[in-house]
Design a protein around this ligand. Structure first.
Ligand code: GDP
Length: 521
């Protein structure tokens, strides 16, 4: 960024760190954010009605000095990664919340992978230490495997025991955040210029029009400034903070809700102050045109295994980034190990940037778009949002049910000799709405076909919450009312018998699969 490079050292002033709280569901992210807000120095002083504006600032005492910390009030790595996908990095430090009774869980690993991929330092909050069965030492030991080694054990990650419920350890946690900020991060910005920053949340309010919470990253935002945020523009009519107090000028790392934009920006959109209203409008209109073109060009932009192979053939040195999702952790580990064992030319690198258990999610796809990765799903499926987003962004997502096929595909690509392959094409998806027990035929699934066509001759698969629970099944009976049929189309109901396979539940999906030769691009 030209402007940043031009900045001389003496213009820069220390700014508060911006923190995101991440972790597994129910480990206490929301409770911790509440506890931090309520125990900080000066909390409640404002006396206003606290408002959710998507971020807030607290005061913390550190080595006798009162300092501010900004917290993003949307817990979880999804928002974090969605913003990164739009090119915005607002977080300086991540607090990884791990419940001491549960220990690390799939989303703990997911969150730390996302923070690590973004190069954001992590402070671990070991929460719920008040609970019986809490084992904070075990959390430390478990995270060692993921490169987070506690200071007590000679590493450089700070682990702080807290109870969000009893509000214990909050001061120590804030202290650790400030120590981390001071240790390795150069958190400075020039407050004496036109503001720039990122929209972190926005909505349309009936009375007030577009309300966008922005985080100032440099400069100072004033009431009356003409601004453009993403493709929205306008003039700052009023600003207020998380206590509902009006703000006249907002300095770096300060989150404020801004009124006066003509439309609603999206989370992760950058904003800047312009010389006048006309310039703001012109920039917004230009951005909109660029976005339209980008949308048209998308779908070809991301790397696929085929593109990668071609790049290799052309002698270009490349690294292949992979995201691995699987139904069980053993499979993910086995796949990861075998992939790393593939012997290839030294010039080619294979990097596994994220691995996890469970369905392929939207945040996996977001990560893939940022780091130009290919997603390998083993015995899992994408959730609907992920499927839609992958298609829109042109992310290469591949599904396998045999580790060997996945290995062969990647290995062939790495060696630059992709053979024609067969891919599984989903021909139909049905949702189980009822189950009929039949002593003669086993369980019969009463389904409604949600998409495509269910065909009698296809192989079937049963999926529960995005995970394959039954594979390569034959459809032994397919009926509409009392009639045997060969196919059932979208929106029609049917009864499906899967022979000896009886492990079906209401809500499961049955999908049918056909094998098709995949065209080379
Ligand atoms: P989130 O899904 O990570 O945002 O988790 P929540 O903040 O909603 O907390 C999940 C549950 O754990 C709630 O019932 C909280 O009351 C409880 N909880 C959170 N922190 C603590 C804690 O420090 N101690 C105890 N005993 N319970 C907690």
């Amino acid at each position: 960024d030209q402007e940043l490079e031009d900045e001389s050292d003496e213009d820069l002033e220390i700014r508060p760190p911006v923190v995101t709280v991440m972790g597994h569901v129910d480990h206490g992210k929301t409770k911790l954010l509440d506890a931090i807000r309520n125990t900080s120095v000066g909390a409640g002083e404002a006396g206003g009605i606290t408002q959710h504006i998507g971020a807030y600032q607290v005061m913390a005492e550190h080595e006798g000095i009162e300092r501010k910390i900004t917290f993003i009030d949307t817990p979880g790595h999804e928002a974090f990664t969605a913003m990164r996908a739009r090119g915005a990095q607002v977080t300086d430090i991540a607090i990884l919340v791990v419940a001491a009774d549960d220990g690390i869980m799939p989303q703990t690993v997911e969150a730390l992978n996302h923070a690590q991929a973004a190069g954001v330092p992590i402070v671990v909050a070991v929460n719920k230490v008040d609970k019986e069965g809490a084992n904070p030492a075990k959390v430390r030991q478990q995270l060692t495997e993921f490169g987070l080694v506690a200071e007590e054990y000679g590493g450089d990650t700070m682990f702080i025991d807290v109870s969000a419920l009893k509000r214990d350890g909050i001061k120590e946690l804030l202290d650790a955040v400030l120590l981390t900020a001071d240790a390795g991060l150069d958190l400075r910005a020039n407050p004496n210029k036109d503001a720039r920053g990122v929209a972190i949340e926005a909505k349309l309010d009936k009375g007030r029009g577009a309300v966008a919470t922005v985080l100032i990253q440099s400069g100072t935002l004033h009431v009356g400034d003409p601004i453009v945020a993403g493709t929205a523009y306008g003039r700052v009519r009023a600003m207020f903070d998380e206590n509902g107090e009006t703000v006249a000028a907002a300095t770096p790392a300060r989150p404020v809700a801004v009124l006066g934009l003509t439309s609603v920006p999206r989370a992760g959109d950058t904003f800047l102050v312009t010389d006048d209203d006309r310039t703001a409008r012109q920039i917004a209109e230009k951005r909109e045109a660029v976005e339209r073109n980008a949308a048209l060009a998308r779908g070809r932009k991301r790397i696929s295994l085929e593109d990668f192979t071609k790049a290799l053939e052309d002698g270009k040195v490349e690294s292949l980034n992979l995201i691995i999702k699987g139904d069980v952790s053993g499979a993910v580990e086995a796949l990861e190990e075998s992939l790393m064992d593939i012997e290839v030319d030294d010039s080619v690198q294979l990097r596994i940037i994220h691995r996890g258990v469970g369905a392929v999610t939207e945040s996996d796809v977001n990560l893939a778009t940022i780091d130009n990765a290919i997603i390998i799903g083993f015995n899992v499926r994408p959730d609907p949002k992920a499927r839609e987003r992958a298609a829109r962004e042109g992310v290469d997502v591949r599904f396998y049910s045999v580790i060997y096929s996945a290995l062969e595909d990647v290995e062939n690509s790495l060696k630059g000799m992709l053979k024609p392959e067969f891919e599984e094409v989903q021909s139909g998806v049905a949702e189980i709405r009822e189950i009929f027990r039949s002593s003669k035929f086993g369980n019969i699934a009463g389904v409604i076909v949600r998409s495509g066509t269910i065909t009698r001759n296809a192989k079937a698969r049963v999926i529960r919450d995005g995970v394959v629970v039954g594979d390569s099944l034959a459809i032994e009976s397919l009926r509409r009312f009392k009639d045997d049929v060969t196919e059932v189309r979208t929106d029609f109901e049917a009864g499906i018998g899967l022979g000896k396979f009886n492990d079906i539940q209401i809500g499961d999906e049955i999908e049918t699969i056909e094998m098709k030769e995949k065209p080379r691009v």
